[in-house]
Design a protein around this ligand. Sequence first.
Ligand code: GLN
Ligand code: ZN
Length: 758
Amino acid sequence: MNTVTHNLGFPRIGAQRELKKALETYWKGQIDDNQLLVTAQEIRTDNWLRQQKAGIGLIPVGDFALYDHILDMTALLGAIPQRFGSAGDDVSLDLYFAMARGTADQPAMEMTKWFNTNYHYIVPEFDDTTRFHLASDRLFREIEEAKALGVNAKAVLIGPLTYLYLGKEITPGFHRLNLLPRLLPVYREILQKIAALGVEWVQIDEPILALDLEQPWLDGFAEAYHTLPGNGCRLLLTTYFGTVAHHLALLKNLPVDGLHIDLISAPEQLETFLTADLSAKTLSLSCIDGRNIWCADLSQKLETLSHVSSRFAGELWVAPGCSLLHCPVDLALETKLEPEIRNWLAFSAQKLEEIATLGHGLSQGKESVREELAVSDQARQSRQTSCRIHNPVVHHRLDKLTERDSQRAHPFAKRKLLQKQRFNLPLLPTTTIGSFPQTAAIRQARAGFKRNELSHLEYLSAMREEIREIIHKQEEIGLDVLVHGEPERNDMMEYFGEQLWGYAFTENGWVQSYGSRCVKPPILYGDVYRPEAMTVEWIKYAQSQTGKPVKGMLTGPVTMLFWSFVRDDQPRSTTALQLALAIRDEVTDLENAGIGMIQIDEPAFREGLPLRKQDWQPYLDWAVKAFRVASSGANDETQIHTHMCYSEFHDILPAIAELDADVITIETSRSRMELLDAFVKFSYPNEIGPGVYDIHSPRVPDTSEMLELLIKASCHIDPSLLWVNPDCGLKTRSWPETRTALQKMVSCAKTLRSTLQT
Ligand code: GLN
Ligand code: ZN
């Protein structure tokens, strides 16, 4: 039997972020559309030929996007929001980028997280006037392009239900599922055009099947997939990011030709699909993790596959769990990684080879891939035993953790009194979230130090000077609780990761976050250990410059976990606890240095939330525990702050309260404090600082706007629990606007303070 290997999608940013660079120069007007499109075509060609060369049988076409693949579907389907004023024509490049990035008179379309990944897609906008028509020939041109290169193309489309589900209604009372009957004819037309180009298979992605779906959506699947087949192509219904076993009855009856299920995020679903009668559908199984960077255990994967193939009568395909979009492009570009660590890793290019090996092994027998299996076995063994990874000291500490370690000495009410006596803050204390503008001078000093152009002493004094100025500026503005401003941090993750054992950093390990924005998550490969204090000297210096309290600033264990590529050889909960212990030690050191307030940032707290509600609690339990272990070593008189931003919090408020931070500062101004209703309904017990202005725009808000928000907050929340602060850190802003905005914020607090006190 010949096993078909295929891929679900390849990173589109280019091995050296060529797409990012081309987009950004295009937006600045330094290159024209033609130059941009040539770069895009070069990346596609490179991607396809890489896959072909690696021996992948069916190669995805249509997975490329200049900005985002959901926006590309919006363009293909002609679902252009009316506010962009396009009269049903084809989508030009200008219109495409207008939707993605906004124009002088239209804000961009909203952007949100792609399931539980760190990728963000452009949210389709729907209302009753939404009409669909084929409005872009991009997909068909790319198919022709691939065919001309001799690529065995499989077309990739986002399925109609997922497309509608991921969008949002812009008029109340309208339901987007009502658009399905209007949408399906365009899908049929697309499929017919794909078939006419000689493409046999279409990968139709319906990842929403991994969510909890209400009945009307499930009925929508039945409706759609009884009309989409029979248009000339064979359909591979593709799911990922979680189990779809709960939809077995539906899936097995859909007249599609194949089904892709993800065994990486949900290995347990294999049995369900093997024992079900899939009515002669092709079964595509994922064996390679598309979202993490570890080499696969090929021997074990091959064994599973061989076992499956002996039990499954139909055709069996092999693929990664999801698109490789979430992985860096090529490990070959890493020259500085420790060779031992490097041996454990596989980026997208290496993952293609792993898939090819599995396909080969399955069709030609284990012997035919003996060498590849031996390399894989060796990597696995080395990871199991390496002393770079396994640190008995860390294990011992983890074993000794008890319930007491995740509890402060006394409940909040008592701590509040002690802290009140210690700090004697006014009503509605004002503060900021941590970072202040990262000026050119700061960046230069950091870069110079990294390149050894600045001695340690020179760097230290440059940073101290910055901190001193930042402290004085805050005193001038009249803030009550100060920060050191984070000038020494390039990034809130990297700064800590670089000082902890167990972390490695890559040179080119970029993944797309949205549009041209890429991130380079560090690799958390081993037991986490903090050899020495990471922040104390900076904070201590800042505190020495002022009589007002300075907050120490730490990145929390949950955020450290989710913004890294994490270990797959132990549960994430264990890794989170290791990180928590490192932060806990830092809290103790800060405390011993006389720092009275410590903020532990957790902006990524929600990121690990499982897709299905029934799985939420176990995650929230261990995430809360990690935060509590990190913070609970603090004395009652030490005030623990936390900060969260830019995600939904209203449905996880009980867990946020469980963190038992003395103060939470939280982003709210974009939703005009709607979140506050949720806090009130739940009756959040501790102190809270809802952000009174959005830091994402250079626009300085009016005093009246801020005051209005603040008054609203004080009507909802007991003023004795209320803090006044911006939404998030100020590192992307400039000083003049920051100063004006904060001055206004302080004066608002004073105004309200005096009315409340009279
Ligand atoms: N303390 C960090 C800062 O101010 C918090 C950043 C964040 O929430 N992402 O920059
Ligand atoms: Zn923030």
